[in-house]
Design a protein around this ligand. Structure first.
Ligand SMILES: [Zn+2]
Length: 343
């Protein structure tokens, strides 16, 4: 398990880069990785700090395929890059995370969005050659600088997706407990508690709209979810049936929604399927205007039925409530109609 040396979540954290590079004794060739839009907004702040301690190399990411990340890793090895500094959203950071893991380089992560718990997790999601997403195990960043003022300026839909991904811990934890009861998995009590705390911090927050103080709460929750994954050595603490449903959508549905929105829909949908109370979660999502109505997400009734039925086959060994639930077409069509009306 790679360890995070520095974890900073606060306003203006981007300006702490130089201090953190020094503290972690990083010098030599430092590869700055971003995309052109983010680079034009915040790139100079990062590049100027790198130039004060090392030799700046620049890479602009234009895709997030596995082969591209492997190629970047190879170039890091061949040209003696010591460290990768990634500035951007999930796509840029997942490329960096995987390239750093393969090349065994240090990774400094500076997220500019917070749409899921991948901002601080040992998993990178990259595209295969057929353009389908693939979750790949790797390592945590060495340094995480989460600048809440940058996130506050990011698109609100991405923040709402971050809320959705944290809320999905509700279903993931239920599924984990169920799998343990059925002797299909083992429990890691501390990882369970970390994921539960991540969820509780968000669910019990006194804020009822997205403001700067709420962003800090959400950032801490997402990071804690990532740490729970790292501690458990798997995504089990934060990924259950609702994630399997979302993976099926990623695979079968031609329209791509944000991951955090799909897993929030999955949470409510599965709770309905297994006849469990979902009102607390739904009320919370509505309070923050997180729209998960499948008809607004280009998820048709047929697609919903298909993806719920295919969910259990999306990941070997992940036992959830769906393994024992009634997934008949008739019942799923009824649930879909209810979701369209209620959400
Ligand atoms: Zn997730």
């Amino acid at each position: 398990m790679a360890k995070i040396n520095s974890l900073i979540i606060e306003k203006n954290a981007i300006y702490f880069l130089l201090k953190e590079l020094k503290r972690n004794m990083i010098s030599g060739k430092i590869l700055y990785v971003s995309d052109p839009i983010v680079d034009s907004l915040y790139g100079d702040i990062v590049k100027k700090q790198i130039e004060q301690i090392g030799v700046l190399k620049v890479e602009m990411v234009d895709n997030n395929s596995i082969s591209y990340a492997m190629n970047l890793a190879e170039r890091c090895i061949a040209t003696d890059v010591t460290c990768i500094v990634g500035l951007g959203g999930g796509k840029v950071l997942d490329v960096c995370k995987y390239a750093a893991y393969v090349s065994k380089r240090l990774f400094v992560s500076i997220p500019t969005t917070m749409a899921n718990d991948g901002i601080c997790s040992p998993i990178a999601v990259l595209k295969r050659q057929d353009n389908k997403p693939k979750s790949l195990g790797c390592e945590m960043p060495t340094v995480l600088l989460l600048d809440t003022s940058l996130i506050m300026n990011s698109p609100i839909d991405l923040i709402k997706a971050g809320i959705g991904d944290t809320i999905s811990n509700y279903m993931a934890l239920k599924d984990w407990k169920y799998a343990v009861e059925k002797n299909q998995d083992t429990m890691n009590g501390y990882a369970y508690l970390m994921s539960q705390n991540s969820l509780d911090a968000l669910m019990k927050t006194k804020f009822n709209h997205i403001c700067s103080a709420f962003i800090s709460v959400l950032a801490n929750s997402l990071v804690l979810s990532g740490l729970a994954m790292d501690y458990a050595g798997s995504s089990r603490p934060v990924s259950g049936s609702e994630h399997l449903f979302s993976h099926a959508l990623d695979y079968y549905n031609s329209y791509q929604n944000l991951h955090g929105i799909q897993v929030a829909l999955g949470t409510i949908a599965v709770l309905k399927i297994i006849n469990e109370d979902y009102l607390d979660v739904l009320t919370y999502l509505k309070k923050f205007e997180v729209d998960i109505n499948p008809s607004h997400l280009n998820i048709s009734e047929d697609m919903f039925v298909l993806c719920m039925q295919k969910a259990t086959s999306m990941r070997a060994g992940r036992f959830t409530y769906l393994n024992d639930a009634d997934l008949s077409e008739k019942r799923l069509r009824l649930i879909y109609k209810e979701l369209v009306e209620e959400l």
